[in-house]
Design a protein around this ligand. Sequence first.
Ligand code: AMP
Ligand code: MG
Length: 417
Amino acid sequence: MKDSCFNEFDPNALNVEDALSEILQSTGIKKTYELVKLKNAYDRVLAKDIKATQDIPNYKNSAMDGYAVNFTDRSKKNFSFKCIGESYAGHPFMGDVKPNNAIKVMTGGLVPNKCNAVIMKEMVIEKGNMIEVKSKIAKNQNIRFPGEDIKKDDLVLSKGKKIDEIDIGILASLGKSELYVYSKPIVGFFSTGDELVSLGNPIIRSQVYDSNRYLLHGLLQKYPVRIKDFGVVKDNMTSITKKLKKASLECDLLLTTGGVSVGDADFVKDALNKIGKINFWKIAVKPGRPLAYGKIKKCLFFGLPGNPVSVVVTFNLFVNASIKKMSGQIIRKSLSLEARLESDIKKRKGRKEYKRGILSVDKGKLFVKCLSSQGSNILSSLKKANCYIELDETISRINKGAFVKVIPFELESEHYD
Ligand code: AMP
Ligand code: MG
């Protein structure tokens, strides 16, 4: 037992941090990788470090349309240059530019070695093949130097980076047309529950549409995984065991929802115990306390709760980290902020709680409102919210005006820890 306050909740429940570290410890990285075309690399995970094979830019060039000059006297405020040629992007001037000579240059055009400044076109008076400049010139002004963006041999992208559009742009600028990415892990799921009806069929009172499968499908879209939907299974030991066995053979990670608590119709834990191994099944967290985590042969298994908000919260807290690790991604902590609470909050000691909240800014200060509907069945509360309010195990009550930890949806830290 880690903390005396755990007695007030459930002494057998793991705390969030311990559960997460156990999950990460037992999740292996997918070992296979594949070569993909750059355009197909979006949202895939880089399997090998990438170093720059050249400088970017790779030649000295102009940041402006104007004139590249070879000037000598820095103290002067009045210059006259003889224009001896021109350098367009893709059409360089290859001649010698002697002192007091200039060439016309376009943005991106090569600036000859002996030129030590570029003067904007707007600052120049053109007189035949002569130009006049009536201002001071700073050495190297408006010149872009080789390697000022990326230097040859720099580490450009690290293994484990999920490729985004900027990465694709950078890799293209380096001429990289193909790269190695990790193969996509296969993530499967099914729902459990006698009350569940698949979409497309009518329901009667006492039945509900199987929304969790759609929820999970949506949650998984953001990951570089292959998704397998194994449908819905009735609340009975034989069917659940059979489905777990079959699906686990086809997946690297398997998720179920429902049937994982202590009710008379909750068979997921027992089925897992029969054909695999349970690492733990209770976490001191709300929403989401019953969560069975284990393995069936080589397949990782998460038995998520049935209530939809619990599905989302436990997915974000635990499954997210496991999939990221499995797919080779570097795992970063969620970015958290401190905001002033707009009304009192009550909670039970001994468990971590993730309340849904609305974060706002007023005169540069952060405020957070705790939504009134916090039931784990109320999915619309996640729609209204834009953050979680994270309340630690030791907290029992927080008053209006106090600072609380807030995790905005979809914000990550730049750092890895
Ligand atoms: P359980 O964890 O099986 O006791 O389910 C808890 C609550 O979540 C019950 O109200 C279920 O009807 C609901 N629930 C379970 N599975 C689903 C599902 N796939 N889609 C929508 N609601 C569900
Ligand atoms: Mg159920």
